[in-house]
Write a protein that binds this ligand. Structure first.
Ligand SMILES: NC(=O)c1ccc[n+]([C@@H]2O[C@H](COP(=O)([O-])OP(=O)(O)OC[C@H]3O[C@@H](n4cnc5c(N)ncnc54)[C@H](OP(=O)(O)O)[C@@H]3O)[C@@H](O)[C@H]2O)c1
Length: 257
């Protein structure tokens, strides 16, 4: 899929944050953009702001929702040529303290790792037919974990590994596989505690879209690129750097998380 004016894209989690900004900017570039999310209210709000958006309610962690989403798109948007696995969640907790570790890990792994892979498999025939692109939205934390978000980082590291396998497996089918690594971005994802250096979502989406349009396979947005380089050259330094921002009273702060 070389001609960006022909883009027909599904952005999961396109009703908020970076996904919404990406959807808005792709619409401005004349793409047909379908977004999905769990909250109908958020989808309606997105549609009010950008009326060209097609919205479909879908919880990507539910098999029946994924099938219904696929059915609706296969019926109405046969030309779909990009799947952007963007929806994601993150939880902060201490392994020694949390009482519901299993359900936390399940929720994050389902949303950030399993669902993107299962959706990709579902849309594969359509993407092969249309010589399309799979875009997996990852994080600089796939390279180096922030220890207070242990399963979030593990889910993105798993997605990073799976993305590389997808790239090799799908190459012969003419499907391109792209990974976008974002740094901290000030969105609802941050729960109102975005770090001071967090990027604005419109800027993060603009840089990622520029990378997509120029044909890059791995798009490291700003600080995510720096983190990647440090993690390759000085892995221990990268770990202490990223975890150096955790306040001393973290146990107190996360006592009830
Ligand atoms: N913000 C950052 O600092 C940052 C940094 C690095 C990477 N990222 C990655 O960037 C992506 C977008 O994050 P964001 O910051 O834009 O987050 P956000 O503002 O919280 O948006 C998340 C979107 O995902 C949707 N979503 C969540 N769970 C879903 C599910 N089970 N099924 C369908 N949709 C679901 C949400 O809608 P509903 O709640 O209505 O379902 C929402 O539209 C994520 O993959 C995240 O890991 C973010």
């Amino acid at each position: 899929m070389n001609n960006q004016s022909q883009r027909v894209v599904l952005i999961t989690g396109g009703s908020s944050g970076i996904g919404f900004e990406m959807a808005k900017q792709m619409v401005a570039q004349h793409s047909v953009v379908i977004i999905c999310g769990r909250s109908q209210e958020k989808l309606e709000d997105a549609k009010r702001k950008v009326p060209q958006l097609v919205t479909i309610q879908c919880d990507i962690t539910k098999a029946e929702d994924r099938l219904a989403l696929h059915k609706q798109i296969a019926m109405n948007f046969k030309g779909l040529n990009m799947l952007m696995n963007n929806a994601g969640i993150a939880k902060r907790y201490l392994l020694a303290k949390t009482g519901d570790l299993e359900s936390r890990m399940e929720e994050e792994m389902q949303t950030n790792f399993l669902a993107p892979v299962l959706l990709t498999q579902l849309f594969l025939p359509m993407l092969i037919e249309n010589k399309g692109t799979v875009v997996n939205v990852s994080s600089g934390l796939a390279y180096v974990p922030l220890s207070v978000e242990p399963s979030y980082c593990a889910s993105k590291a798993a997605l990073h590994s799976m993305t590389q396998s997808m790239r090799v497996q799908f190459a012969k089918s003419g499907i391109k596989v792209v990974e976008i690594f974002y740094p901290s971005v000030d969105t609802p994802f941050q729960g109102g505690h975005a770090p001071d250096n967090a990027m604005k979502p419109d800027e993060a989406a603009a840089i990622a879209l520029q990378g997509l349009n120029s044909g890059k396979e791995e798009i490291r947005v700003k600080m995510a690129g720096f983190l990647f380089a440090v993690s390759r050259l000085m892995p221990k330094r990268a770990l202490s750097l990223i975890n150096g921002f955790i306040p001393d009273n973290v146990e107190e702060l996360l006592a009830h998380a």
